[in-house]
Design a protein around this ligand. Sequence first.
Ligand code: IMP
Length: 432
Amino acid sequence: MDKLVILGAQWGDEGKGKIVDLLSEHYDITVRYQGGSNAGHTVVVNGEKFILHLLPTGILHEHVIGVIAQGMVVDLEVLKEEIEELERKGLPVKERLVISDRVHLVMPYHKVLDALFEKKRGIGTTLRGIGPAYMFKYGRKGIRISDLYDEKRFYSLLEENIDFVKNICEKVFCEKFELDVKEIYEKQLSIFNEIKENVKDVFRFLTRTEKSVLFEGAQGTLLDIDMGTYPYVTSSNSSALGLSNGTGLSPKYFSDAYLVGVAKAYLTRVGEGPFPTELKGELGERLRELGGEYGSTTGRPRRCGWLDLVALRYAVEVNGLDALIITKLDVLDSFEEIKVCVAYELDGKVIDYFPASYTDISRVKPVYKTLKGWKKNTKGIRNISELPEGAREYIRLIEEFTGVPVIMLSTGPKREEFVWLREILKTKRSYS
Ligand code: IMP
């Protein structure tokens, strides 16, 4: 399996970081291809916690080449900090990092705009400037990293952008705008000069390599700009739709890729937007506390609810998933009964699909199937024989409903806490 895609099958925060970390050991290259520092991929290695926002998670393995592909929007200040932090911890990064010459940069003024837009209509963004950076890209006002080779051009693009944003701030929002062109110019150029050796034509690199590649999605399918709960989504294609435009690789390239969706055994969402199975009272609180459901990028409490199989089947279909990996099953260990959403009710009718319309998806009522809780520990288990019957039944229900196998359970935050239900890789190393 030379091409593996790991992506989020829900609203992000499914635990992809841990899974990518685990599986990238068996790959030569790990590619991130959409989003930016809005992501927060958490990995615990030897008791040490790493939260990666921009660097591909695979880079934590010293043999892996990490690629930041063209679909990402990159905040150079965050990137510099992240590289330095890993290098301080003794992990060489610079010689293993490839950054696409086509990536767009997230500038300080994008973050100013993100905050202003949030004041007007709250999406509950991460305030990392992601939406405005993509707005500039698609509005053909963006600055790509390769523009910084030509300092004059960079300065004039920056001047033009800053003038535009200043006008929006002052004339539309009646707010002060205090960013300085020269300061931004110097800061961005100085970081660029430190990493310019890493800037390459990623499209050529990937089309010519014989090495095995793992593609690491960020956010999740239900946050996809086209397929998610628009407008309460992120600004990139965070489903498999982002693979081609995010890398420049033809859809044909992915025809022999294996696609795995990561989903929690329940559901969470951070920020605003529809969430049919959300639990607002004590049960939601209990899931939040047991699951430690606080954002890894913003620290915000996540909204929690029961697993939504209608939404999960939709994610399987949108992405063409081959399999699922389920995380955080242990959070359900102590529940007397567990509910799963198997259909929606809309205007008195039962529907079995995930509606595109905002008005509909925000009005549907979940139709639940209730299962008896297994009331046994699954945390940290490493052997399939330790899985209680009730938990097996839960997994079987997920498989039957979505039509794809659950190949692995993640049973804790540490690298070694997982169980293969159907192994897809030949492991080179056994975790002890
Ligand atoms: P943005 O991506 O910062 O523009 O935020 C748009 C929406 O996506 C908000 O609801 C965010 O909370 C959500 N979001 C963005 N990145 C992530 C992530 O990595 N995990 C979960 N939610 C995210």
